[in-house]
Design a protein. Structure first.
Length: 443
């Protein structure tokens, strides 16, 4: 498996990366400039001390008797250089164009009084030696072993703490900047024109407040526009019932004929379509019904018994054993629409109750009818869409039954999905939220 580095996709990760990289770079440049200035200052101080210390030490050794010089060496030796009372090691003559600053400082301190030669000594730790001769003719060797400037033990800890602080501040800043956008995205995802609009909080920074105000205004306009359209549809559908009724009365007064029968059939179909239009307009506002707790098993038993009393082949399997908080009239209307649809095309229907793996309630209406083509399972939930096969207008369908069921299910906070069954037939599944509790015994 190959890992590919690319530009992050989410806004939070992009802002975090930009802020973190910029802050780390700025911190690195600041630290580098400060460290370099400290290094130059420390180096200058060390070289000045080296000049004074070397000049003083050589002057002391030059004035001491030869037999006392060895006892003074421990006092004069330093961490990075020491004095040898011999000619030193044989090495390579130091090149004039590659003289270390320490060698230049030694030459500046002693060059006027003693002839100096410098040799580079190879080895695991490359160093150099300065050779000179005292006034009594004895040789002195200054063995210099340069070392990097010491770093305080607390410095890496401070760097780690600073990077952690940068990371925490970046995370807090990005979270603060992204939170209003996340809240707006969540509000857009949960926007439901069929439910009562929930206004977005309009507090916060100016840009966030403006976006919230614009979203609330848009939400209100959508709700008003949808309400106006549904009112127009309901009004037209309602007003059409009066002339259709007059036309049916006049048709009854006509003499029996084939044309009279056709006219009567057309008027009946128009009346049915008008009633479905009114029902669809009302279903959009199904969320206006007050919620109530129901014993779901008793509710479904009552529905099934009503069909069985009319000699309809409707059965129920499964038990929920839960009290459910829902809008009972809207739920009953959904189930009636789906059961009637199954009876119309299959002659029988079966209700199956259960729970999903996530704890949602599942109510399935099953039939053994002709089913629906896979490509049309979602389209049939749209208003006035009719399948061009056995489920067409010739069977009395208007294309609104499933659309009404879909609207009502959304209004009560659920989902409706259609699927074809193995062996033929259709499965209409309603999924609702989790039940509130077990039913009491007196229900």
């Amino acid at each position: 498996m190959k890992w590919r580095l690319g530009w992050p996709r989410t806004l939070a990760s992009q802002l975090s990366l930009i802020f973190l990289v910029s802050l780390v770079c700025a911190h690195g440049l600041s630290f580098s400039a400060q460290f370099y200035e400290r290094y130059i200052s420390a180096r200058t101080t060390m070289l000045d001390n080296l000049e004074n210390d070397v000049a003083t030490s050589v002057a002391i050794l030059d004035r001491l008797p030869a037999n006392e010089r060895a006892s003074w060496l421990p006092r004069l030796d330093r961490q990075n250089y020491r004095y040898l009372l011999n000619a030193g090691e044989s090495g390579e003559p130091m090149k004039s164009d590659d003289i270390p600053m320490a060698a230049a400082s030694i030459r500046h301190a002693l060059g006027e009084h003693y002839p100096l030669t410098f040799r580079t000594i190879p080895g695991l730790q490359k160093h150099f030696q300065a050779h000179l001769t005292l006034a009594d003719g004895n040789p002195i060797t200054l063995d210099v072993r340069p070392a990097a400037p010491p770093v305080a033990h607390w410095l890496p800890v401070v760097l780690v703490l600073q990077l952690a602080l940068l990371l925490g501040c970046t995370w807090a800043a990005v979270r603060l900047a992204i939170r209003p956008l996340t809240r707006l995205a969540r509000a857009v995802e949960t926007l439901d024109p069929n439910a009562h609009p929930t206004p977005l909080d309009e507090t916060g920074p100016t840009e966030v407040a403006h976006a919230a105000v614009a979203f609330n205004a848009m939400q209100q306009r959508i709700a008003e526009y949808l309400k106006e359209r549904m009112q127009i549809l309901a009004a037209i559908s309602h007003d059409l019932q009066t002339p259709i009724t007059r036309m049916k009365l006049r048709a009854e007064l006509m003499e029996d004929s084939t044309d009279r029968d056709k006219l009567w059939s057309d008027l009946g179909e128009m009346e049915h379509l008008v009633r479905e239009g009114v029902a669809y307009a009302r279903s959009v506002h199904g969320a206006s019904e007050a919620s109530a707790r129901i014993n779901l098993d008793a509710f479904l038993d009552s529905l099934v018994f009503d069909y069985q009393d009319m000699n309809k082949r409707v059965s129920l399997s499964g038990r929920s054993a839960r009290v459910f908080d829902t809008r009972p009239h809207a739920l009953r209307r959904v189930l009636v629409n789906l059961v009637d649809n199954a009876l119309k095309f299959a002659g029988s229907a079966e209700l199956e109750v259960g729970a999903t793996a996530t704890g949602e309630l599942s109510i399935k209406v099953l039939d053994r009818g002709p089913g629906i083509a896979e490509g049309e399972l979602t389209q049939v939930l749209q208003p006035f869409y009719r399948v061009e096969n056995s489920r067409n207008r010739g069977t009395g369908g208007t294309g609104l039954g499933l659309a009404i069921a879909q609207q009502l299910v959304v209004a009560i906070g659920g989902t409706l999905t259609l699927s074809n069954r193995l062996g033929g037939g259709l499965c209409a599944e309603i999924r609702l939220g989790r039940p509130v509790s077990r039913p009491r015994k007196d229900l």
